[in-house]
Write a protein that binds this ligand. Structure first.
Ligand code: G3P
Ligand code: CA
Length: 375
């Protein structure tokens, strides 16, 4: 019996040893990022510089670009007449004056509007009302942007060309959007050739191999994106809840008695370790180069979710040869925490602050950049 136990222990330790050898054979996150042409750590401007200007508008994206963000992040949708445009929410109520212009259709999904109709909306004034301390008269009347217009912005500064970090938002509402996106990126010269050589050019991400990163929460969209654009880096976004990582607790927010959603989210965790690992393994098996997990923020707020960047989680993801880009982090204390936990880049509404944190400060202040662009 003792001999059997010893033999079993030996077999187990050999297996474990082999596991380590496999993990060690994966490139380091720094090497992987360099090979893909993705800055490390990466500054991903979430809906543009959306703390400082109305999200997903020309003001937010030109500011993020001119501050020196590596990527302009956007949520992709398709209008009723087939135009790709960028907007986070499913409908237009929060970020436009749709209730005034189309009162009967104010609750309709944004994709029930033609692009011409979307272009009649004011996508800036809500920001001035919601954030009087950051309000600017020139934000009033800003437009919903097409993907073409965001690409124009990304190409518009000769000294710094950021990359595009594009999320297929609610892709099941938009059958074929992955193909439409490929056509557009190809037509605009933003698809890298399949045999492109590794490059590393942190000051001009938009000119290198990592110029586009595709992201989605939806497994089916990841698969379609990979089929359409196998050579383009892809990230599977992760959170705890319906359609993503199964939670340990089934207590809903309404049942929980928590004071706000952030407090409830902070207590949500994956059902177990294996459930988290299953999602990372899936991402890898479908061609993703990384994951985009949520973070629980120190100050809470409506972008604070479950903590999916615990050190063991990042370590596991790195051991599979994948990068970790965490969403959405805005203050120095949280930057410090998630970097210490091992992430490889951050989605932030405050690109200027993150650039300072990474010791890559912008040459001009946010105010100057806004002014330079006419805002
Ligand atoms: O795309 C990363 C992050 O943006 C995911 O959250 O809801 O802001 O799109 P959301
Ligand atoms: Ca997004």
């Amino acid at each position: 019996m003792a001999a059997t136990l010893t033999r079993n222990a030996l077999v187990l330790s050999l297996l474990l040893g082999l596991g380590h050898a496999q993990a060690a054979s994966e490139p380091s996150p720094t090497a992987l990022a360099a090979r893909l042409g993705i800055p490390h750590p990466a500054v991903i401007a979430h809906r543009g510089a959306s703390f400082d200007a109305p999200e997903s508008t020309a003001a937010a994206y030109t500011t993020a670009r001119d501050l020196g963000a590596d990527y302009l992040e956007m949520d992709l949708q398709r209008s009723k007449d087939g135009v790709l445009f960028v907007l986070h929410d499913n409908n237009l109520q929060r970020t436009t004056d749709v209730a005034g212009k189309f009162p009967e259709r104010k609750d309709s999904p944004a994709n029930a509007f033609t692009m011409a109709e979307l272009k009649t909306l004011d996508a800036g004034s809500w920001f001035n009302s919601a954030h009087p301390d950051r309000a600017r008269p020139a934000f009033a009347g800003l437009k919903v942007l097409t993907l073409d217009e965001v690409i124009d912005i990304a190409e518009g500064n000769l000294l710094h060309k950021p990359g595009l970090y594009i999320e297929t938002k609610e892709p099941k509402q938009f059958p074929g959007i992955e193909h439409d996106l490929k056509q557009k990126l190809q037509a605009r010269g933003w698809l890298i050739p399949a045999d492109a050589k590794p490059t590393k050019n942190e000051l001009a991400v938009g000119q290198g191999n990592g110029k586009v990163i595709l992201q989605t929460f939806e497994k089916s969209s990841l698969e379609l994106l990979h089929k359409e654009m196998p050579q383009v880096p892809k990230v599977l976004l992760l959170w705890v809840g319906a359609g993503s990582i199964e939670p340990k607790s089934t207590v809903t927010f309404a049942e929980s008695g928590e004071k706000d959603k952030a407090a409830w989210y902070a207590k949500q965790e994956p059902r177990d370790k294996a459930e988290f690992q299953r999602w990372v393994d899936y991402a890898k098996s479908q061609g993703a180069i990384g994951t985009g997990p949520s973070a629980a923020l120190t100050q809470g707020g409506d972008q604070s979710y479950s903590d999916l960047v615990q050190p063991w989680m990042n370590q596991y993801t790195h051991d599979q040869g994948l990068l970790v880009h965490v969403y959405t982090v805005d203050d120095a204390l949280d930057y410090q925490k998630v970097m210490a936990a091992g992430v490889d880049g951050i989605f932030t509404n405050r690109a200027g602050e993150l650039l300072k944190f990474y010791k890559r400060p912008a040459a001009a202040s946010v105010g100057q950049v806004l002014q330079n662009n006419g805002f």
